[in-house]
Ligand binder design. Structure first.
Ligand code: NDP
Ligand code: GDR
Length: 349
C-alpha cells in the first residue's frame, strides 16, 4: 500500500486530494495545525476514529514553520509521496503578513525538501506552485516556458518554492515536481476568495439574509477550473518516469464581473451595472435593489490583471483531462451555497 503525506489537508485542495488518494487505495497522512476551534470541517466526512479497523486516514499535528515536526513526520511515516499544499494562500492577505507568508510558503518547501534529503528517503515531492508566478502579463496564454513576474509577497514566496523544488531535483536527483495550477474553485473554496465570496453572498441576498456584497476589482480576469479535476493532475504528475513541471488550466478566462453576472442570473436576479470606478454598482433588475458595491479596501497594491493558461503539455504528457466546464462550476458553487444558507435559516428558526 502506498503512503502519502499531505500538508494543507484541511484546505480545499487537501480535502479533494485526500479523497482521491483514499479511493486509489493509499494510506493517507495529513499534517494539521493546532487551532483554538475545529479546522477539519472539509475532511470530517472521510475521517474515522483511528481505533477502528482498517483506517487509512491519519492526522498529525505539525507546522510548515517547524522543521522538527516535519522531520518527525518524515521519519515516522516514511511516505512514498509528499504533496506540499500547505500555505498562507491568500494573495491580498500576503501584503498584510509578507514575512509570515515567506516563512510558510517559501521556506516551508525547503524544510520538507531538506528533510527528505537528510533522511535519505526515496520520497517523491509535489510543490503547489501557482499561476500567480506569471503575475504581470508577459505572454498570453501562459505556459511552462513563460517568464515569471510575481506581483505580491505570496507570489514572490511561491517563486522561491518553485525554484528550490527545481534545484533539489537537479542537485540531488530527487523526484520533485511543480504543478503550476491556475485558479481552481469548488463549493469547498475558502469564503474570502472572490468566487466563493460571490456565490455565498448572492445566495444570502436571495434569501434576504444579506443586503449587499462589497467587492474590489471587477475587471480582473482569471482562468477558473474545478478543484476536483485539478487534484487528479497533481497525482498524475507524481506517477511519471521523470519529474517535471506542468501548467494546469482550462484555457479560458473570465472577469470577476462576468462571474458575478452568471451567479446572480442563476439565482433569478439578473444584474445591471450602473456608474463607474469606485462608484460602480450592481443592480438586481427584478427588484431595482443595489446588490453589489465597490469597496477600495479589496483593491491590491499590485494587481494581476489577466491569467490564461495553456495546459497542452499536461494533456499531452500526463493524459490529464478537464471534466468540468465553467458554467458547471458556477452552478455547483451557487447551488451548494444556496443549500447551506437555507440550512442556516432553518436552524435559526
Ligand atoms: P487553502 O487556503 O484552502 O488551504 C491551505 C492549507 O494550508 C490549509 O490546510 C491550512 O491549514 C494549511 N496551512 C496554512 N499555513 C500552514 C502552516 N504554517 N503549516 C501547515 N499548514 C498550513 O488553499 P487551497 O487548498 O486553495 O490551495 C492549496 C495550495 O495550492 C496552496 O499552497 C495554494 O497556495 C496553492 N494554489 C492554490 C490555487 C487555487 O486556486 N486554489 C492555485 C494555485 C496554487 P488551516 O486549515 O489550519 O488554515
Ligand atoms: P487570487 O484569488 O488572488 O487569484 O489567488 P482571489 O479569488 O482572491 O482573487 C481573484 C481576483 O478577484 C479580484 N477581486 C477580489 N478578490 C477577493 N479575494 N475579494 C474581493 O472582494 C475581490 N474583488 C475583486 C482580485 O483583485 C483578484 O484579481 C488565488 C489563490 O487561491 C492563490 O492561492 C492561488 O495561487 C491563485 O488563486 C492562483
Amino acid at each position: 500500500m502506498k503512503r502519502a503525506l499531505i500538508t494543507g489537508i484541511t484546505g480545499q485542495d487537501g480535502s479533494y486530494l485526500a479523497e482521491l488518494l483514499l479511493q486509489k487505495g493509499y494510506e493517507v497522512h495529513g499534517m494539521i495545525r493546532r487551532s483554538s476551534s475545529f479546522n477539519t470541517g472539509r475532511i470530517d466526512h472521510i475521517y474515522r476514529d483511528p481505533h477502528e479497523k482498517d483506517v487509512r486516514l491519519f492526522l498529525h499535528y505539525g507546522d510548515l514553520n517547524d522543521a522538527s515536526s516535519i522531520n518527525t513526520l518524515l521519519r515516522t511515516i516514511q511516505p512514498d509521496e509528499i504533496y506540499n499544499l500547505g500555505a498562507q494562500s491568500h494573495v491580498r492577505v500576503s501584503f498584510d503578513v509578507p514575512e509570515y507568508t515567506g516563512e510558510v510558503d517559501a521556506l516551508g518547501a525547503v524544510r520538507i525538501l531538506e528533510g527528505i534529503r537528510e533522511t535519505g528517503l526515496n520520497t517523491k515531492f509535489y510543490q503547489a506552485s501557482s499561476s500567480e508566478l506569471y503575475g504581470k502579463v508577459v505572454e498570453t496564454p501562459q505556459r511552462e516556458t513563460t517568464p515569471f513576474y510575481p506581483r505580491s509577497p505570496y507570489a514572490c514566496a511561491k517563486a522561491y518554492a518553485f525554484y528550490i523544488t527545481v534545484n533539489y531535483r537537479e542537485s540531488y536527483n530527487m523526484y520533485a515536481c511543480n504543478g503550476i495550477l491556475f485558479n481552481h474553485e469548488s463549493p469547498r473554496r475558502g469564503e474570502t476568495f472572490v468566487t466563493r465570496k460571490i456565490t455565498r453572498a448572492a445566495a444570502r441576498i436571495k434569501l434576504g439574509m444579506l443586503s449587499c456584497l462589497y467587492l474590489g476589482n471587477l475587471d480582473a480576469k482569471r482562468d477558473w477550473g474545478f478543484a476536483g479535476d485539478y487534484v487528479e493532475a497533481m497525482w498524475l504528475m507524481m506517477q511519471q518516469d521523470k519529474a517535471d513541471d506542468y501548467v494546469i488550466a482550462t484555457g479560458e478566462t473570465w472577469s470577476v464581473r462576468t462571474f458575478a453576472e452568471k451567479v446572480f442570473e442563476r439565482l433569478g436576479m439578473p444584474l445591471e451595472w450602473q456608474g463607474s470606478g469606485e462608484g460602480e454598482q450592481g443592480i438586481d433588475r427584478t427588484t431595482g435593489r443595489v446588490v453589489i458595491r465597490i469597496d477600495p479596501k479589496y483593491f491590491r497594491p499590485a494587481e494581476v490583471d489577466l491569467l490564461l493558461g495553456d495546459p497542452s503539455k499536461a494533456k499531452r504528457q500526463l493524459g490529464w483531462e478537464l471534466k468540468t466546464s465553467f458554467d458547471q462550476l458556477v452552478n455547483m458553487m451557487v447551488d451548494g451555497d444556496l443549500k447551506q444558507a437555507e440550512r442556516e435559516m432553518r436552524a435559526n428558526g
